[in-house]
Design a protein around this ligand. Sequence first.
Ligand code: SF4
Length: 100
Amino acid sequence: MTTRRRFIQIVPLTGAALLASRTAFAANVEEKDPQAAALGYVADAAKADKAKFKTWAAGQNCGNCQLFQGKAGDAYGNCPLFAGKQVSAKGWCSAFAKKA
Ligand code: SF4
């Protein structure tokens, strides 16, 4: 088999593998997801529905929430309330619990 033919066979497979690995990463929580909507999750804490969720306070965000499982400085991380998806470190929901 020629190198060129082999290259032509490999490139689409590699692209498909990269696409598959990308989709294997956890998707981000969508604000319109039922669980997210119920908890008032927003990707930008400043946009929280403060009238509906009275527990909101300035400075609260996923990044300083006890349930946030990302590392310090991560833009996104897992949250046990949204299994298989990631929340924005700048996000917020009504289950916020200040990190100790
Ligand atoms: Fe963010 Fe905490 Fe709500 Fe999870 S529980 S979405 S980390 S504020």
